[in-house]
Write a protein that binds this ligand. Structure first.
Ligand code: UT7
Length: 331
């Protein structure tokens, strides 16, 4: 018997009904479908329009979908981790509310924030708890209501982001499937290129910060692009090399959905063919913490037990990394 590993045993997802297409964006800002499609690969994104509903609304829907599909008893969940850059409230963990609402009455919970790498880092946290033997059922949710922090008069950011949520359950596996290896990195110099300037401890909210639009996402796209392309490709290649994986061994690349050009560059560097690259950026845009679980949600039926998956992400901070995971079940 191999050492106990931590494997994904169920997946759930949720995206809001409202579709914001490139065509509609053309009527809002000075942009066009052709520019957005060729520069990013995005055709449309989902927006949570319901009033007074935050990230938890989508996180709960994704978790409920997982619970319904898998039949897991929420009372048996030990830990609920919500990866998000857009918590319901600045203080009071979104995860605590989500856990209570889904009936995870015996769980503890907290949020994890690492911008677009939140879910990837969350996979590291979730699997470590299980590998240590301390907990048996960990629910990891990636959810973001990006529309709550986007300026819809800024064409450089409003065309990119969307709202959504995805959830996975991690459980012990004694066949050696699940998490195999990871390489996670950060570089704090990156925060000048991708940030929300106000509303934190440096610059608390004021009339001035609202007037100056400092509560919205600011991104120096070109600089972020450069770092994202080289770092995501580097870590993915490194994970393959140190695990002795050839391009034939890799069944799926599961890349953060920030820009199709970044995804293509990563796949090229790994030598992985396009048909092995999970992609749904055209339908959802960049949903930040939800991109990776929403890929699993969309591709679950095509995954086979034993498949080698390479996850890769890059985000604000900067934060980035790659995780090698063996899929543990056939749908
Ligand atoms: O997920 C977290 C990490 N984030 C990322 O990985 C995002 C990384 N960055 C990117 O994906 C790309 O940099 C963007 C999609 C954000 C921008 O694409 P780009 O090819 O880097 O464009 P650019 O910023 O260099 O802009 C090129 C031109 C500029 O015009 P000039 O100066 O050449 O006249 C922009 O003003 O395109 C203009 N532009 C637009 N035109 C039409 C910028 N946004 C738009 C727009 N529609 N929405």
């Amino acid at each position: 018997m191999k050492k106990q590993t931590a494997a994904i045993t169920a997946v759930g997802g949720y995206v809001p009904d409202f579709v914001l297409s490139n065509k509609v964006l053309e009527t809002m800002v000075d942009t066009n479908d052709e520019w957005i499609t060729t520069r990013t690969g995005i055709k449309e994104r989902r927006i949570l329009k319901e009033e007074n509903k935050g990230t938890s609304y989508m996180a709960i829907k994704a978790a409920e979908d997982l619970i319904k599909k898998s039949g897991v008893d929420p009372a048996e969940i030990d830990f609920v981790l919500v990866a998000t850059a857009t918590p319901d409230l600045p203080v009071a963990a979104t995860a605590a509310y989500v856990a209570s609402e889904i009936g995870a009455v015996n769980a503890f919970s907290y949020d994890l924030q690492a911008a677009c790498s939140s879910f990837l880092y969350g996979m590291s946290t979730a699997t470590s708890y299980i590998e240590s033997g301390r907990y048996k059922k960990v629910l990891l949710i990636g959810a973001d209501k990006m529309s709550s922090i986007i300026d819809y008069t800024d064409r450089t950011t409003c065309i990119i982001f969307g709202d959504g949520a995805g959830a996975v359950l991690f459980e012990p596996n004694d066949e050696g499937l699940g998490h195999q290896d990871e390489y996670l990195r950060t570089d704090g110099c990156g925060r000048q290129f991708l940030k929300i300037e106000a509303g934190g401890s440096i610059l608390p909210a004021s009339e001035e910060t609202v007037k100056n639009k400092q509560h919205y996402v600011y991104q120096d796209g070109k600089s972020v692009f450069k770092f994202a392309v080289s770092n995501m490709a580097d870590v993915s290649a490194l994970i393959m090399e140190r695990n002795g994986l050839t391009k034939e061994d890799v069944n799926w690349l599961v890349p953060h959905q920030a820009n199709k050009r970044i995804i293509d560059a990563t796949a090229n560097r790994m030598g992985v063919d396009a048909d092995k690259v999970m992609m749904n950026i055209q339908r959802y845009g960049n949903t930040t913490s939800a991109t990776l679980p929403l890929l699993l949600y969309d591709y679950e039926k095509q995954l086979k037990k034993g498949d080698n998956l390479i996850f890769a992400a890059f985000g604000g901070g900067f934060t980035w990394g790659s995780i090698y995971l063996k899929w543990a079940y056939n749908s």
